[in-house]
Ligand binder design. Sequence first.
Ligand SMILES: NC(=O)c1ccc[n+]([C@@H]2O[C@H](COP(=O)([O-])OP(=O)(O)OC[C@H]3O[C@@H](n4cnc5c(N)ncnc54)[C@H](O)[C@@H]3O)[C@@H](O)[C@H]2O)c1
Length: 397
Amino acid sequence: MPTPPDVVIVGGCGHVGLPLGLAFADRGLSVALYDLNRNAVDKVNRGELPFSEPGAADVLERVLATGRLRATADPAATASADHVVVVIGTPIDAHLNPDLDAVRRAIDDITANLRDGQALVLRSTVYPGVTAMVERLVADKGIDVDVAFCPERIAEGTAMTELFELPQIVAARNPRAVERAAKLFQNLTHEIVVLEPEEAELAKLFTNTWRYIKFATANQLYMIANDFGLDYERIRSAVAYNYPRASDLPGAGFAAGPCLFKDTMQLAAFNNNNFLLGQASVMVNEGLPLYLVARLEERFDLPSMTVAVLGMAFKAESDDIRSSLSYKLKRILHFKARAVLCHDPYVTSDPDLVSLDDVLGVADLLVIATPHAEYANLDTDVPIVDIWNVRGQGVRV
Ligand SMILES: NC(=O)c1ccc[n+]([C@@H]2O[C@H](COP(=O)([O-])OP(=O)(O)OC[C@H]3O[C@@H](n4cnc5c(N)ncnc54)[C@H](O)[C@@H]3O)[C@@H](O)[C@H]2O)c1
């Protein structure tokens, strides 16, 4: 890129970084996507998405053609732009505690290339206090940058609309940093909500935790109704019908993916492992595959059956298998059933998947684990377990 970009996104070829970069570039900014994943960098520069995100392919083609976007694995790219946005992954470790070093390592990697006067925007979902830690890190290295925390709140699959529709929380310690970050995101949305950095860090964790607890509530109510021999979905839709106070009661289903569980655990760790509602939600949501198989064992002779898991992505119409409970279900069934087959119309990263025709040809039982629309009208006499109610025929098991 001959002229320096307006924005460099660190982690720019990831699920959050790439849609953000595309959105900025589509709004006229020049963008460099810096990422350690060379394979993803090459794909983006060839005009290919490294993962599926509806609406993103057209924008990628358009902004590559204008020259306003490029991906790079060269950390020196971070020196070139006024704004450096960091959206690397922030996982939890084997003890379910946040890997506090993830952001520190990324900042260490890029500080050699940061320069005075830049705006450094953290956008990953972080453990409370990480913004302050980053402020200290750059100050200790003698670099005078404006640090802000502006959490991403999009959901995968709707990024290319939500980036332009959701209000943006902007937080920083000084007014100039707030103003610079707000101005950057006003390229996407005019609704800016200003908080203190620690408030914003909690706001993002509360956002995901609230959603995770809601799903756990629904899943527990599902188990109560199901154990009583009743169809939770019939009850839920009656409760929600023309009754605004309960209209947001979710249906049952696997609450999984790379964010909700992880961020609930981040909040628990932050509160000295004292987060009863969050931890109870983990037990319910992570326990649902076990509950399901226990119920199936009561109804079917699993050791003599080939069971098919339909849908391996963590959510509908997605190819993202990160932390998908479909894989937990698969593991449990491997232990209980004669054989297990898995299918997903979107997932390309799992060589063990088989075609739907192969599944329908041999399976004795089908379990819809991901509510892909393709499963709504399966033409088969094989029994189907559908806790998501994809087929609209109830969720009893
Ligand atoms: N996935 C979502 O729907 C979603 C939504 C809102 C917020 N978030 C948060 O956004 C953050 C990123 O999540 P994601 O799903 O995009 O993760 P991801 O793994 O898809 O993307 C992260 C990218 O960062 C790159 N990377 C890692 N370390 C790097 C480094 N030091 N320098 C340069 N690149 C580096 C990786 O190669 C990867 O491409 C997380 O904190 C997550 O909690 C995710």
